[in-house]
Write a protein that binds this ligand. Sequence first.
Ligand code: CTP
Ligand SMILES: C[C@](O)(CO)[C@H](O)COP(=O)(O)O
Length: 233
Amino acid sequence: MKHIALIPAAGSGSRMASLTPKQYLDLSGKPLIWHTLSALAKVAELDRIVVVISPEDEWWDSFDWSGFARLEVLRCGGASRAESVLNGLYAVQAAEDDWVLVHDAARPCLDPALVSQMIAALTGHPVGGILAVPVADTLKLAQAGQHIAHTHPRDGLWQAQTPQMFRVAQLAHALATGMGPDITDEASALEKLGLQPQLIMGSPWNLKVTYPQDLRLAALILVAGQQDQSGKA
Ligand SMILES: Nc1ccn([C@@H]2O[C@H](COP(=O)(O)OP(=O)(O)OP(=O)(O)O)[C@@H](O)[C@H]2O)c(=O)n1
Ligand SMILES: C[C@](O)(CO)[C@H](O)COP(=O)(O)O
């Protein structure tokens, strides 16, 4: 049974407000997605690393990816993240019970050790699971005019991250039957089938680059990670 990383990278990055999709923006001297792939390349348990880009992508071919072993690219991205993942699952030619670890191209600060921990924790699990972190702030429900309706209890609330690890066939079935605007991650499609994915402790450093200021934060996190590594050496 194989472990396949599937990286949806077909978004346009509208909240980043840049003409270049954010996965190709410069982050510490490399395209952002280079850091994402570099982190995944350090995970020995991964058999394949598959990137899903848009059929209209004009950027991928301008970079040299030859340094990455196990890397494959599929030009089958769709109109939404969920569609890109589903198209990738249909195209990837995997066995039904292979595990797929879906990881946003836009999360470049992933700690490879967390992925290995996740794979170990979910081996033999009947459904699969996701990295996530407990909500740390007080939550307010807003009503019209940006007034507070009430304070929402945060007990039991977690913020979903990626990777999200499921069986190839089960995830494809869940996405195909549940496809819609409410499916913003893989787990939500499994939940729609009545299944209960496992929450695995992620890291606040596993930031998703969404808005322009996130790019600066990601650069700082990468430097801090390199300093940690050199401290360990
Ligand atoms: N049609 C899409 C939309 C998103 N993604 C990917 O899904 C990940 C997470 O999505 P998000 O951060 O929302 O990226 P964008 O859709 O690019 O950003 P925005 O929502 O701001 O337009 C990203 O790696 C993005 O490239 C994708 O593969 N296909
Ligand atoms: C999958 C995800 O990264 C979990 O936090 C997130 O839902 C994707 O972001 P999007 O902006 O909803 O596409």
